[in-house]
Design a protein around this ligand. Structure first.
Ligand code: IPE
Ligand code: IPE
Ligand code: MG
Length: 244
């Protein structure tokens, strides 16, 4: 039996979210500068999207840069943006050909113009695709997401367009960066760290968390399948007693 046939995912999995962590440590362990870990990280992306397609996972969120990552040296931030632009340049034809919509969650206002334009161009080109949705979280913070939604809703109330009683969970979710996307089913963090680091706080409310020691630049097919197997074995009870 080939590797591809050896695992069948039977549990519902519409949205997988990745905290792609460990690039710097991956590089340091090899005596390389941290930024080369970020370069290697970009080479992992295509295979990840291919596996998502194979298992009919419709939405993939990737944490590319957090609102806290501005605390890093400017040189490292510049490299990260360089590699993100390279990713768009190299992969956009392929992504479009597989029907991927590439969208961004996060405040692009503070992102340098060349990277911002690459993100917008990729979205404009792919916005009518719907076979797989790739949600790049860039200058994203879960708390920032929630505060922005709150402000937008408060404005609607102030302008008399909305009654406070009409603010529901669904209405609130429609004001987040991820509006229209399903909640996260599976959140995977690489590199052994076991925290959320301000990622999709609202959207991860009932996600299953899988933490793998594998660093993102080493996160290939087998490591991803291991995470899917762990997810498949989880009991999702949503506060009830039934196993899903
Ligand atoms: C994740 O790898 C990439 C980003 C945060 C942009 P890190 O750069 O955090 O790598 P480590 O955690 O220092 O090894
Ligand atoms: C989270 O990783 C952000 C991204 C992967 C983009 P960090 O490496 O920045 O998180 P902390 O600092 O370990 O919490
Ligand atoms: Mg890290």
């Amino acid at each position: 039996m080939s590797k591809k046939e050896s695992f069948v995912l039977t549990k519902k999995l519409d949205h997988v979210a990745f905290i792609m962590d460990g690039n710097g440590r991956w590089a340091n362990l090899r005596g390389l500068p941290r930024y080369l870990g970020h370069r290697e990280a970009m080479s992992r992306m295509r295979e990840i999207f291919e596996i998502c397609r194979e298992f009919n996972i419709h939405v993939v969120s990737c944490y590319a840069f957090s609102t806290e990552n501005w605390n890093r040296p400017q040189d490292e931030i510049d490299h990260l943006m360089d590699y993100l632009e390279e990713f768009y340049a190299k992969e956009i034809d392929y992504m479009d050909s597989i029907g991927a919509r590439i969208q961004v969650s996060g405040d692009l206002g503070r992102i340098r113009p060349s990277t911002r334009e690459a993100c917008i161009a990729a979205y404009e080109r792919t916005k009518n695709n719907d076979d797989i949705i790739v949600n790049i979280c860039l200058n994203y913070g879960g708390r920032d997401d929630i505060v922005r939604a709150t402000k937008a809703i408060a404005e609607e109330v102030k302008e008399g367009k909305l009654n406070v009683d009409d603010i529901t969970e669904d209405y609130f979710a429609d004001h987040l960066y991820t509006h229209g996307l399903p909640d996260v089913d599976l959140m995977i963090r690489t590199s052994g760290e076991q925290r959320l680091s301000n990622f999709l706080l609202w959207q991860n409310a009932y996600a299953e968390f899988v933490f793998t020691p594998v660093k993102w630049p080493d996160f290939k097919r087998d490591a991803f399948i291991d995470c899917l197997k762990e997810y498949q074995d989880r009991n999702r009870r949503y506060g009830g007693l039934k196993n899903e």
